[in-house]
Write a protein that binds this ligand. Sequence first.
Ligand SMILES: *[C@@H]1O[C@H](CO)[C@@H](O)[C@H](O)[C@H]1NC(C)=O
Ligand SMILES: *[C@@H]1O[C@H](CO)[C@@H](O)[C@H](O)[C@H]1NC(C)=O
Ligand SMILES: *[C@@H]1O[C@H](CO)[C@@H](O)[C@H](O)[C@H]1NC(C)=O
Ligand SMILES: *[C@@H]1O[C@H](CO)[C@@H](O)[C@H](O)[C@H]1NC(C)=O
Ligand SMILES: *[C@@H]1O[C@H](CO)[C@@H](O)[C@H](O)[C@H]1NC(C)=O
Length: 335
Amino acid sequence: MNFAQYWLTPSLPKPTKSYFSYALCVGIIILSVSSLKYGFGYNVLDFNQDKSYNSSKSEIVMHSSLNIINLDEPITENFTCLKTTKIFQVIRTTICLHHVTDYISSYYRRNSIFEQEAVHVLFRIFLKYPHLGLIDIGANIGAYTMFAAAMNRFVVAIECFRPNYMRLAKAIQIEQFQKNVILIGNALYSQLGVNLHLSNDPGNIGGQATDNSRLTNQSSDNPYVVKTMRFDDLLPIIKKTKMRSFLLKADIEGSEYHIFESGRQVLDYLDIPVILVEWVWLSKNKERATNIVNLLVNRQYIATLDTCIPLNMTEFTNNWPMNVYWIKINSSEIC
Ligand SMILES: *[C@@H]1O[C@H](CO)[C@@H](O)[C@H](O)[C@H]1NC(C)=O
Ligand SMILES: *[C@@H]1O[C@H](CO)[C@@H](O)[C@H](O)[C@H]1NC(C)=O
Ligand SMILES: *[C@@H]1O[C@H](CO)[C@@H](O)[C@H](O)[C@H]1NC(C)=O
Ligand SMILES: *[C@@H]1O[C@H](CO)[C@@H](O)[C@H](O)[C@H]1NC(C)=O
Ligand SMILES: *[C@@H]1O[C@H](CO)[C@@H](O)[C@H](O)[C@H]1NC(C)=O
């Protein structure tokens, strides 16, 4: 879907016509920045600018199984990184790509944006609520994290596959977002610190599922062996940031259940008005989907198509879209 359609919805702040046409006609950064600054009604660029989130490794007391990536350490691997096209017509960022055969990377190679529609629906909420950060579970090469950070939002990104998170770390360094992002290289599971095998999918290099039946003692030199964490293991890190309100994006190829099951304390502690869950995989697994529906309904969430239109709760295995936006019932003004 084209972003222009979102600008037609009443809830979206619209740039004035003159800024709109300047941004279209003249690709000068200063004009784009002006339209960002004045068009959206508050200054997304200044927000968070001088806050320190204490994300540096040394200040967080953590379990040794938590793989918190040191974003200040230079990355020697040579990745292909490029500047993306814009969301909301003004916000660009950097993404570091996999090989040409990779599905997600191919979007950026052809100057497009992976899941552009969902990125617009979700981050439209940032424009309205300056206090929100992002928890990005299954961050891949940063399709959501890098845009959220480019909007000066604080991000906790979780990605278990090293070839993904090293590319994400590189992009964070190129954009100098080290202060805005905490990057954690673990897989979500019911236990902390066990090793799991990833399946190997050459067409979607960064998108493998963990195979929960394959615990292993193999060393983690193999990128297809990943170390696990529970979502609640994030709690000390999140408390340290002093942030209480986040959007949550979960795209971990069917393991989403572990987030809610192992994350009760985090979910109690935080205010999470919107949870975006990739549903395409879950709709094929009735048992897991039922678990997630029950967990979220018990936590006062309703499922929606686009944060506004409720979905029929009985049709979650046959009629729900690819991405489902779970909305906390008392956050109805999010729409
Ligand atoms: C970060 O740490 C410094 C020194 O420990 C402290 O003064 C500051 O208040 C902390 N900032 C936040 C946002 O917690
Ligand atoms: C990266 O590229 C530079 C320059 O082309 C080269 O000197 C270096 O050996 C490369 N590093 C790796 C790890 O391939
Ligand atoms: C891993 O090693 C531990 C201790 O040596 C052992 O108890 C456990 O069964 C092993 N697990 C697997 C999956 O090999
Ligand atoms: C939900 O779907 C079921 C089964 O398809 C249907 O019988 C029911 O009328 C629907 N409910 C609403 C509120 O549309
Ligand atoms: C929703 O309810 C929670 C818990 O009662 C509260 O902390 C939060 O501020 C409420 N949010 C809104 C938008 O009313």
